[in-house]
Design a binder for this molecule. Structure first.
Ligand code: IPM
Ligand code: MN
Length: 354
């Protein structure tokens, strides 16, 4: 039998990354068995520990090698002993930029049985997707210091917004809104009243691209208002598209209303290239190695990976198994699940095999 085989690069990274990625792989193997494809995992050592040992963040040769894989599964990058910025720009952003993963896809979905801090809101109210531009904006690193360390110091950090970069992100958002086929509403999140150059471009491109999607309702809100409505009326959102920094901020807000870091997953997508999937919770060093961290976010990231690879049935099966597992856990919080990281992963895997 000729089975389809996907080579998958694994960057387990730091802290709880390796533990949760191991459960993601356990579940992926179960899904592959059940649905008749196979996955070959290849581990890469990058992360804070590796940096401390070798001084290396992510060499260009690794970037070239990673381009040969079908997808990348990432655990977490971050180390308490490494200065802020070194690993973020040297590894995570280098991966996103280097592999041109121009969409950061973050579903905000409250599953039944998961506690949300929003009073009187349930799974029918919290189900939307944020599409964050992932290669430009304030993250591009444009800027510098003048007279650093003196009383006359100047620090400049500029937001880069290219027509091409904005357009491909917005187009992806319209396509996804159509494909989701829910309210078919796309909201542009910006700050057109203050960021009069950057979001003028965003708004014009948004209006232009909208002409190709007459079936999609368009909407605009300033980022500060979005923060209010995500709390007060999350049910009014279907898909939100925004720039890199605003997307970073509103998706942490989104993660909280969907039940926290134990469940929030994201994809760094290059539709024409290699995409990377990650739980968005970070390395959580205080829980590392204890078997108490919730692996469901990493497992959901693995499901997103299969969806992107075209294994929709397998992705759906993982989502169903995650939903069923949630009902058996006491809580989604680290240390309070009522079982270990490994047991939670096994529950999901067994539900898929059954
Ligand atoms: C995220 C993270 C990263 C970001 C950090 C770690 C650089 O917060 O994936 O949202 O800001 O993009
Ligand atoms: Mn973030």
């Amino acid at each position: 039998m000729n089975q389809k085989t996907y080579p998958i690069a694994v960057i387990a990274g730091d802290g709880t990354g390796p533990e949760v990625v191991a459960e993601g792989i356990k579940v992926l193997k179960a899904a592959a068995n059940r649905f008749g494809f196979s996955l070959e995992f290849h581990a890469f050592p990058f992360g804070g520990e590796h940096y401390k040992k070798t001084g290396e963040t992510l060499p260009d040769t690794a970037l070239a090698e990673l381009r040969k894989f079908s997808a990348i599964l990432l655990g977490a990058i971050g180390h308490p002993d490494v200065a802020p910025g070194v690993l973020e720009t040297g590894i995570l952003l280098k991966l996103r930029f280097g592999l041109d993963q121009y969409v950061n896809l973050r579903p905000i979905k409250l599953y039944a049985g998961v506690e949300t801090p929003l009073k009187d809101k349930g799974p029918e109210d919290i189900d939307f997707v944020v599409i964050r531009e992932n290669t430009e904006g304030l993250y591009a690193g444009a800027g510098g210091f003048l007279k650093k360390g003196t009383p006359d110091e100047v620090a400049i950090q500029e937001s880069i917004n290219t027509h091409k970069g904005v357009e491909r992100c917005i187009r992806y958002a319209f396509e996804l809104t159509r494909k989701r086929n829910k309210a078919k509403k796309l909201t542009l999140c910006g700050k057109t009243n203050v960021l009069i150059y950057a979001f003028d471009l965003w708004q014009r491109v948004f209006n232009d691209v909208a002409k190709d999607y007459p079936d999609v309702t368009t909407d605009y809100a300033h980022v500060d208002a979005i923060c209010m409505w995500m709390i007060k009326n999350p049910e009014t959102f279907d898909v939100i598209v925004t720039d890199n920094l605003f997307g970073d901020i509103i998706t942490d807000l989104g993660a909280m209303i969907q039940g926290g870091m134990g469940i929030a997953a994201g994809g760094n997508i290059n539709p024409q290239g290699v995409s990377m999937f990650e739980p968005i919770g970070g390395s959580a060093p205080k829980y590392a190695g204890k078997g108490v961290i919730n692996p469901l976010a990493a497992i959901s990231a693995a499901a997103m990976m299969l969806e992107t690879l075209g294994e929709q049935e397998a992705a759906d099966a993982i989502e169903q198994a995650v939903k069923a597992t949630i009902k058996r856990l006491k809580s989604l919080s680290a240390g309070k699940m009522g079982c270990t990281t490994q047991e939670a992963g096994t529950m999901v895997a067994e539900l898929i095999e059954a």
